[in-house]
Write a protein that binds this ligand. Structure first.
Ligand SMILES: [Zn+2]
Ligand SMILES: [Zn+2]
Length: 388
């Protein structure tokens, strides 16, 4: 109890700063890889509070790392992750404004305990979660390979949700090439690239019945020709293909590609397939770490933790294949609201959001302290990870 009070007092001294930053991000939403204002705000704040700051991480201009290492002794390496990208039109409809600040809050609080018990602390600013997830590049550069744990807590509508799975995802672009002709005068001299796209959609729709009920294939026509009286010589579709497990997704991707090859054959078009964004792995929650976080939520009075279905994808999945990770959710509203909406963005600056944020920061901090103090606990967390 004493510790909780101590942490609450400590957090109180930062709360006004966190709120100010949250509203600044809300009022200045930036798309993925364009989060220059947000990055600057974070870096300036970290420098002001005497943390080491590295910028331009893995060649990504809007990524950063805030660092604190114990001068006295070695110990666990704890990574807290911050996202701060927004969505087109609806701004912070995924609440990444408040997401990153939850990690910052825990980072500020944990400094004292790293000083006391040893170890090192990282606040990693990871751009573009909604598109070309920077965590993928960071994982490829080995940034997480020697972390002992990585934690991130995402906002949700009502209630705390358990860290569960997320879907593996691949982003595919299908480019069909044909030949122009007058659509009324001599259509028989043309090769209709749009037919390639339309047949692809029809084949994918037929494929749906043979997929797992949890798999998702969703696409748009990103180029369907110029005008009705020209047979289009170019047409293009973008798809996301998702499944709960990486292996299932890879199988499904093969089938979707076959749909496109069939569509090219029947329409007489030439086909090119490319990945237009990074692929995300499925999220593997470290149960030992997740239980620790949940017990700490209960200690501060959270009564119920809900089960998450794990639909949707995140680049945190890639991190979870590198080191023990969790990705739970904290409430920002007293009613159910859907993500990626204007309503969700508005809720992210409400009093309810700050209550949820405080709970998440306290539970993250308590979890961090236990990891720093208890070597046996970290051993169990890593044993579980190594088994997988
Ligand atoms: Zn989102
Ligand atoms: Zn999100």
């Amino acid at each position: 109890m004493e510790l909780i009070l101590e942490l609450k007092n400590n957090l109180n001294s930062y709360m006004e700063d966190l709120k100010e930053m949250n509203e600044f991000f809300y009022n200045n939403p930036e798309l993925g890889n364009e989060e220059y204002l947000a990055k600057e705000k974070y870096c300036n704040y970290l420098k002001k509070n005497n943390f080491q700051v590295e910028e331009n991480i893995c060649g990504i201009p809007t990524a950063f790392i805030g660092k604190y290492e114990s001068t006295k002794k070695e110990g666990p390496k704890i990574a807290l992750l911050a996202e701060y990208d927004a969505l087109p039109e609806i701004g912070h409809g995924c609440g990444h404004n408040i997401l990153g600040l939850t990690s910052l809050g825990a980072f500020l609080i944990l400094k004292k305990y790293v000083e006391e018990y040893g170890g090192s602390l990282f606040l990693i600013g990871t751009p573009a979660e909604e598109t070309n997830g920077a965590k993928v590049t960071m994982v490829e550069n080995g940034l997480f390979s020697d972390m002992d744990v990585a934690m991130i807590v995402h906002p949700s509508g009502k209630g705390h949700y358990r860290s569960s799975t997320s879907q593996a995802m691949e982003a595919l672009k299908f480019k069909f090439y044909g030949k122009t002709a007058h659509a009324a005068g001599d259509p028989y001299n043309g090769i209709n690239a749009l037919d390639g796209v339309l047949t692809l959609f029809a084949s994918v729709n037929a494929l749906r019945q043979q997929t797992l009920s949890t798999s998702r294939i969703h696409g748009i026509i990103s180029n369907g020709g110029l005008t009705p009286n020209i047979i289009p010589d170019y047409a293009e579709a973008k798809f996301y293909v998702r499944a709960n497990k990486l292996k299932d997704m890879e199988e499904l991707v093969k089938k979707v590609k076959n749909c496109a090859k069939g569509a090219a054959l029947s329409s007489g078009t030439k086909l090119e397939i490319e990945n237009y964004e990074f692929s995300f792995y499925d999220m593997i929650t470290n149960k030992t770490l997740s239980n620790l976080y949940e017990n700490n939520l209960k200690k501060i009075g959270v009564e119920e933790i809900f089960e998450d279905e794990g639909l949707g994808s995140t680049d945190m999945g890639n991190v979870s294949h590198q080191c023990p990770s969790i990705h739970p959710y904290f409430p920002i509203s007293s009613k159910e609201i859907t993500g990626h909406s204007l309503e969700f963005a508005e809720a992210s600056i409400s009093e309810k959001a700050y209550e949820g944020m405080e709970e998440a920061i306290l539970a993250l901090s308590m979890t961090g302290i236990e990891i720093l103090k208890d070597k046996e606990l970290l051993k169990n967390i890593k044993e579980e990870f190594n088994k997988k």
